[in-house]
Write a protein that binds this ligand. Structure first.
Ligand code: NDP
Length: 248
């Protein structure tokens, strides 16, 4: 694919699922990858896999909830590769349950990671992207950012927030003439570890059944991220909905 080789791409939530698949895909296309997530063993294994295949990758243990960790990830990209071209703000959690279950700790965790994590990532790169008048910010929202599902109120709320933030970022960047590109991806059911973190018994069973019927491999989302990056610098493909052909 065009326009990917030698780009420096930061990926959060890079230790499994969509983030891992995207790191491997973009590295194969010649991008230099900066991996961030909390599990060091997973990050190291993915970086080693990329390097063994002839690619370039570095990693840093990162909690996206902490602004300083996002800043450190950007600093690592510049130290290792001299610049940042793309940031894929993909880290996310979905420990869903009905509101009546009052899983308030999970509500807060989703708000922290899915919303504040994205904002922290934007804050870490935006001044530089504005100054250089280029850069690409990509996020993973969800079909839950386009519709509301009972039993997933807070998750939906966080993913609607990502959509709102990204649309405002797109418009502000266009108005300011900074040439920053934005892309928001709305996946349906994708193979990953996401469902394994649901603690509510009923919700866990429901999601497992849904995912057993409908999921597609995480590589399909990686292909879409690569497509967005591969477009010419003056072209913004801002939204993608991606899911199994069989999922209503
Ligand atoms: P995974 O659970 O496999 O991946 C989630 C990633 O987020 C992991 O790498 C995890 O790494 C990371 N993460 C979680 N919390 C933090 C944190 N505080 N700081 C840094 N990294 C963190 O699931 P997916 O690949 O499916 O999820 C990726 C994104 O896709 C999420 O935003 C999710 O909401 C979204 N999505 C997924 C869909 C699906 O069906 N799978 C559908 C729609 C959207 P670690 O634990 O090592 O920190």
């Amino acid at each position: 694919m065009q326009n990917i080789a030698n780009k420096v791409v930061i990926i959060t939530g890079a230790s499994s699922g969509i983030g891992e698949a995207t790191a491997l895909k973009l590295a194969k296309e010649g991008a230099k990858i900066v991996l961030g997530a909390r599990r060091e063993d997973k990050l190291k294994a993915i970086a080693d896999q990329i390097k063994a295949a002839g690619g370039e990758a570095v990693y840093r243990v990162t909690d996206v909830v902490k602004p300083e960790d996002n800043a450190a990830l950007v600093a690592l990209a510049k130290e290792a590769f001299g610049k940042v071209d793309v940031i894929f703000l993909n880290a996310g959690l979905m420990p869903s349950s009905p509101l009546s279950a009052l899983e308030t700790a999970n509500w807060n965790a989703m708000i922290d990671v899915n919303i504040k994590g994205v904002l922290n990532g934007i804050a870490a790169v935006l001044p530089e992207f504005n100054a250089q008048k280029s850069g690409h910010i990509i996020t993973t929202s969800s079909v839950a950012g386009l519709k509301v599902y009972p039993g997933a109120a807070v998750y939906c709320g966080t993913k609607w927030a990502v959509r709102a933030i990204m649309e405002a970022l797109r418009m502000e960047s266009a108005q300011a003439g900074t040439h920053i590109r934005t892309a928001t991806i709305y996946p349906a059911a994708v193979q990953s570890e996401l469902v394994s973190h649901i603690t509510d018994e009923g919700a866990s069973k429901g999601y497992r059944e849904l995912y057993d019927n409908y999921e597609i491999p995480a590589e399909r989302i990686a292909n879409v991220v690569a497509f967005a990056i591969s477009q010419p610098a003056d072209t913004n493909v801002s939204e993608f909905t991606v899911g199994p052909t069989t999922q209503p």
